[in-house]
Design a protein around this ligand. Structure first.
Ligand code: APR
Length: 238
């Protein structure tokens, strides 16, 4: 692992065009469970029952209960050292942009700036029918929409079967295509279309994750905890 982190520090030192892509594994050290690890959310709950448009329409009480719990669980979360390292590497000019599948907002909280929230943000509430914005409190209190009156408030996240936010996705893709380094952190790369990103860059690809990903051939692979690996990388770089 140390050798690979050294190799990574070396290629980063010689580049100023690195794009980072993160997934739920980036947030587990901040006590947010991921989805597909043995204690991940989808082991406890069938995503088809809560994280699809059909679920919102056919069983709004369960949909509401699931996302209310996730919002409340994020009340006191804070970024960990790894999030701060990424913000510092951006500030120092090593990172051009950061594309995340995470809806937690932890990268912004840690000070990262050029962020693409590809799967949305759980704290942005809107009406599913007329798209009117609402507050988190109105959602948690199961209020009806104050514009169209429908009982259909929802978090501004991308549900399975929905499109990614077009402009955000296209800008992220462009940055990845033009990147010299794509660093992928804490994702099982099982969800389309974000899992296509490693194939989009002409640059070097790096994977930092607790488990290996099948079907990819990264230039540098570091199997370890994101916070620990990024902290060690910072010591070698800065
Ligand atoms: N450091 C590094 N890797 C970690 C850590 C950690 N501290 N904790 C977990 N991991 C790894 C796991 O081994 C797993 O391979 O992170 C990966 C998380 O994968 P998933 O749970 O599949 O999460 P992700 O890839 O982000 O899911 C993609 O699926 O459910 C939807 O919309 C949701 O954005 C999400 C998308």
């Amino acid at each position: 692992m140390k050798d690979n982190i050294k190799k990574l520090a070396h290629i980063i030192k010689n580049s100023n065009n690195m794009v980072v892509m993160t997934g739920a594994g980036m947030d587990t050290e901040s006590n947010i469970p991921d989805f597909r690890s043995k204690d991940g959310l989808w082991y406890k709950m069938d995503p088809a029952k809560v994280a699809t448009v059909e679920a919102l329409h056919q069983n709004y009480p369960l949909f509401h209960e699931f996302y209310s719990a996730r919002i409340k669980n994020m009340d006191n979360i804070t970024p960990h050292e790894g999030h701060y390292v990424l913000a510092e590497l951006e500030e120092k000019g090593y990172i051009k942009s950061l594309a995340t599948q995470n809806i937690s907002g932890l990268h912004a909280m840690a000070g990262s700036r050029n962020i693409y929230e590809l799967h949305g943000n759980i704290r942005e509430i809107r009406c599913n029918e007329c798209h009117t914005s609402h507050s988190i409190e109105e959602f948690l209190d199961k209020k009806n929409c104050n514009n169209c009156g429908k009982n259909a408030l929802r978090p501004g996240i991308v549900l399975f079967g929905e499109m990614l936010p077009t402009n955000t996705w296209q800008r992220a893709m462009r940055d990845v295509e033009n990147s010299e380094i794509l660093m992928v952190i804490g994702t099982s790369l099982q969800v389309y279309p974000v899992n296509q990103m490693p194939y989009m860059t002409r640059g070097k690809t790096v994977y930092i994750n607790m488990e290996q990903a099948r079907g990819y051939d990264f230039d540098i692979e570091i199997i370890g905890r994101a916070g620990e690996v990024l902290t060690e990388l910072k010591e070698m770089l800065l």
